[in-house]
Every structure is written in structure tokens, then in C-alpha cells.
Design a protein around this ligand. Structure first.
Ligand code: NCD
Length: 317
């Protein structure tokens, strides 16, 4: 694997391979010293043109646990503020001799452009409304670790589908692994056309809730809305929020998921996150292991995975 740009590039077999390698890195993450020398001497740069907490820290943690060197490019303190173009920025970074760039940008397609400009590997960490493949992989891993497989599961994605790259990548990945995916949203928060998307539109959250194996909540991406698309946050919560009373109607084995950042009291009530069915914290933890697997498959030797011993021997818990 040279780059990770979209879920469709992976296909079901590619997704399965990453999930299988992730199992090994979950094991590493549970060690007393969760670090292996697999990517010693490699350099990974995070190039984030958009805000991020989880994704950036997760990639940096993953790279460090593989003993890669990491550099962070922070747009707010860079020469981008002096008018430097994306292309010049990328070529400057490449000239330093780096091995991989993790890119997040507000415009769809930027990771593909960056990949065309450099020799290094490119990982898409979110491009506009378009794709967020590592989020989808960590979501698949989290569901698979709780339910064994996604085959035949009924997954409902609720909320701002229109502006969500998480929804686009998740729908592709969940469907590729055999799940049946429904979207639940006000018509103004659905894309103009769902032609070609492997999803059904559910009539309402209340109608579908008891049948769901996974309820996946999305934030209202208000920074991407150019007009008022919902009457009010109160009405949104009343129809689409996972409230404590709705939670009572959810299957006892169902999972509640959210990519973060959450807006508590809007799409999800505060007490819902404490319910044992909520796997939101597990999503974050699995994110590190999934990103270790992605970096390893892209930058590792390419040989069949033989997991190296811990950096310091004799330290296993
Ligand atoms: C999301 C994103 O930035 O795409 N968060 C994430 O990466 N975990 C979703 C969001 O911003 O709502």
C-alpha cells in the first residue's frame, strides 16, 4: 500500500487486512511499554489545515509507538500566513526527506493533489465533506471487536449526513463489510442525491431505533453550513437526538457510536455516554491501533507482519 486516500481504494479485502494487522497493535498498546521499533528512521509529518484534536493526536501517538520521528505542521504558525501555497508548502516538506504525510484540509480532493506532488506516502485524515478513511476503519474495528463481524448488522447513521466525511467513509466501509446501512436525517441534512450510495433512508429515528444494532451519531457541522438548515437545536434534539428516553428503546446489545467532537445535549444526551452500550471511548483507543496498522502497512518493510519485540526487553506486564 503506497497511500491511504479513500475507503473504496481498499475494498473489502484491504479493509479486512488492516483490521487483522490492527489486532497485533492492540496487543502492543496493552503492553507496559507500548512501543515497537518497526518504523525506526522513518519520518511522519502531520499537515493539518483544519482543526483537530483526536485525529492528529491519534496519528502522532501511533507514529511514536512505532518509533517513527514525527513533525507537526501547524498552519496558524506557518508561512501559509505569509501567502505560501499548498504546493510550495508540500514541496518544502518533501525536500526535508520525509516518508509520509498525514493531510487534513477543508477542501475535498486535496490529499490526491498532494500525492501527485510528492514521492512520500499520503494518508487522508479528512478532506472537506468527502472522506475520512481512518475514522471508518477504526469504526469497523470497534464494531467488529464487540459484535464479531459487521455482516448482516443493521447500522443507522443519524444527523448531518450532508456535510459529513465520516458518514461517506463509514457508509462505504460498513457496506463493504456486509452491514445494512440506513441514514436518518432531516431532508435538509441529506445530500441532494443518494444515487449510488449503499444506504436506505429511514423515515424517523423512533421508527428504526429498536431494530438497530448500531446507532452512529454525527455532530451538526455548523462550520460547513451556509444557511439555517434546521429550525432550532431544540427541535433537532427532539427528533434526532439520542436522549435518555430513546436509549431505553434501544436493543440491550446495540452499540452507540460517535466520532467526536460531541455536542452534548444536541445529538447525544450527557447520560447516554455513560451507558455500557456506548463505545465512544473505545473508538478513540482503537483509533491509535488502527493508525499504527495503516502506518505499518504503508511504511513497513512490506514483509509479512512479524511483530518486533518491545523496545526494552523483559518489560512485558
Ligand atoms: C470528525 C471530523 O473532523 O471529520 N471528527 C473526527 O475526525 N473524529 C467529525 C466532526 O468534526 O464532527
Amino acid at each position: 500500500m503506497k497511500h491511504l486516500l479513500s475507503i473504496d481504494d481498499l475494498g473489502p479485502a484491504g479493509i479486512e487486512e488492516i483490521l487483522r494487522v490492527t489486532d497485533s497493535f492492540v496487543e502492543v498498546s496493552e503492553r507496559a511499554i507500548p512501543k515497537v521499533p518497526a518504523l525506526r528512521g522513518k519520518t511522519v509529518v502531520s499537515l493539518f489545515y483544519e482543526d483537530s484534536t483526536r485525529t492528529r493526536l491519534s496519528f502522532e501517538t501511533a507514529a511514536k509507538r512505532l518509533s517513527a520521528d514525527t513533525m507537526t505542521f501547524s498552519v496558524s504558525s506557518s508561512s501559509v500566513n505569509k501567502g505560501e501555497s499548498l504546493r510550495d508548502t508540500v514541496e518544502t516538506i518533501e525536500a526535508m526527506g520525509i516518508d509520509a504525510v498525514v493531510v487534513r484540509h477543508r477542501s475535498a480532493g486535496v490529499p490526491w493533489r498532494v500525492a501527485g506532488w510528492m514521492q512520500a506516502s499520503v494518508i487522508n485524515a479528512g478532506d472537506g465533506w468527502h472522506e475520512h478513511p481512518t475514522q471508518a476503519l477504526l469504526d469497523c474495528y470497534t464494531i467488529r471487536s464487540r459484535r464479531g463481524s459487521l455482516q448482516g448488522l443493521r447500522i443507522g447513521i443519524v444527523g448531518d449526513i450532508k456535510h459529513s466525511r465520516v458518514a461517506r467513509s463509514d457508509i462505504a466501509a460498513f457496506a463493504a463489510l456486509g452491514a445494512s446501512v440506513s441514514v436518518i436525517a432531516p431532508p435538509t441534512l441529506l445530500p441532494p442525491s443518494l444515487d449510488g450510495w449503499p444506504v436506505q433512508v429511514a423515515p424517523s429515528l423512533d421508527a428504526i431505533l429498536p431494530d438497530l444494532d448500531v446507532v452512529y451519531l454525527l455532530r451538526l457541522q455548523r462550520e460547513r453550513m451556509t444557511e439555517a438548515l434546521i429550525p432550532s437545536l431544540r427541535e433537532y434534539r427532539a427528533c434526532y437526538g439520542l436522549t435518555a428516553s430513546r436509549l431505553a428503546r434501544l436493543d440491550p446489545d446495540a452499540l452507540v457510536m460517535h466520532p467526536g467532537p460531541m455536542n452534548r445535549g444536541v445529538e447525544i444526551d450527557a447520560e447516554v455516554t455513560d451507558d455500557p452500550r456506548s463505545v465512544i471511548t473505545a473508538q478513540v483507543a482503537n483509533g491509535v491501533a488502527v493508525r499504527m496498522a495503516v502506518l505499518y502497512l504503508i511504511l513497513g518493510s512490506g514483509a509479512e507482519l512479524r511483530l518486533p519485540e518491545p523496545v526494552l526487553s523483559g518489560t512485558r506486564a
